[in-house]
Ligand binder design. Structure first.
Ligand code: ZN
Length: 369
């Protein structure tokens, strides 16, 4: 419908599913620069109004209202929004949409609990992330992006919104079915509808989503969470993420991925099948192999591994944190497989075994079933 810019900001598509259902999607710009490009916000035609999937960044309403109008859709006809996960470029617009339009908010059943805490802070309690941050050189260039300016209004909105419909595994809304697919975040939802699969940041074309690192919930949060969700070990970490990828990969070519980013980039449309999830598993196997090659048989610091894995780019304080957590996610899985020893000071030594390979290849085989 509209091409937008090279990254897809302002782009609009109209899709018709096999059962003649209309889906619109809007490349919704983020408030700061984003290497992932805009958030693709979807509007799905339902029997009782339209359902939105993801809400874009803080302030997205002033972008979405005219965008919807341009395809003849009054935003007041959007009755509900599914939040794929609690990251600002997905749930940032939700508080305003609820306040201004009274929209129902559908999110993972743990979302109402997790929305009370700052998960970016909790992530720093991870042992390896804390060690790695200490080893970041003092002269690392500062991230240009003004985190506080953006994060504060986001955090306030996130705390204020009210999830009207917690989504448990398999919960449906008309033609839409929610799957809980933790790994990128604990509260990641994948939504299936008419041969389409809305993947949020769980599965993306072109780029590989960021896996989470292991963490433990603070005691006060554990008390609030439903019992089943108190143990965070099955909700965070690379192994959790890879298992959730297997679920989507097994949809194979019966489903088309509708991702939250990179649907359109540099003039190219990226419509891929659910098999993309299997490719991402394979990408991680290659990343493990790269880490093993970097480690060799010497003891390495977390800083050395991080800067060498990402040697092709200059890391500022923001991307260093991203790179470090990516590396830690892999090291944690290798440690669990018995392939690594890590000293209390964060020295990493490869033991020469490849238990990780057996595990990931097993998942790749499951993904192909
Ligand atoms: Zn995300």
């Amino acid at each position: 419908v509209a091409e937008g810019d090279r990254q897809g900001n302002g782009g609009i598509f109209k899709l018709i599913t096999a059962s003649r259902r209309t889906i619109f999607t809007f490349g919704t710009a983020q408030s700061g620069f984003s290497p992932t490009g805009p958030t693709w916000v979807y509007l799905v035609e339902g029997d009782d109004g339209w359902a939105m999937v993801d809400t874009g960044d803080v302030g997205s309403l002033r972008r979405l209202r005219p965008a919807l109008q341009s395809v003849g859709l009054d935003i007041r006809r959007a009755r509900r929004a599914f939040i794929t996960h609690g990251h600002w470029d997905h749930d940032g617009g939700a508080a305003e949409l609820q306040r201004e339009l009274g929209m129902e908010l559908w999110a993972h059943e743990t979302y109402p609990y997790l929305q009370q805490i700052d998960l970016y802070e909790v992530q720093h309690s991870n042992r390896l992330v804390a060690l790695g941050r200490k080893s970041m050189p003092k002269d690392t260039p500062k991230m240009e992006y003004k985190w506080d300016d953006h994060h504060k209004p986001y955090a306030a909105g996130r705390k204020a919104m009210r999830i009207t419909h917690p989504v448990w595994e398999g919960r449906t809304s008309g033609p839409m079915t929610g799957w809980q697919t933790p790994g990128h975040t604990a509260d990641e939802l994948t939504v299936l509808c008419d041969g389409m699969v809305f993947t949020g940041d769980h599965v993306l074309p072109e780029i590989s989503p960021h896996p989470s690192v292991k963490l433990t919930y603070p005691a006060e949060l554990q008390k609030l969470l439903p019992e089943r969700f108190r143990d965070a070990s099955w909700q965070y970490g690379l192994h959790v993420y890879l298992k959730s990828l297997v679920r989507v990969a097994r949809l194979h070519d019966t489903h088309t991925v509708l991702p939250a980013h990179r649907l359109l980039n540099k003039g190219k449309v990226n419509l891929v099948s659910a098999d993309r999830a299997g490719q991402i598993i394979e990408h991680h196997l290659q990343r493990f192999n790269k880490i093993v090659a970097i480690l060799g048989r010497e003891e390495r610091t977390l800083h050395e591994v991080t800067t060498q894995v990402f040697s092709y780019r200059r890391l500022d304080t923001g991307s260093y944190q991203q790179g470090l957590t990516e590396v830690v996610a892999h090291l944690e899985l290798m440690e669990d497989c018995g392939d690594l020893s890590i000293t209390p000071k964060g020295g990493v030594r490869w033991k020469g075994t490849e238990g990780y390979r057996e595990l990931v290849e097993g998942l790749m085989a499951q993904a192909k079933e």
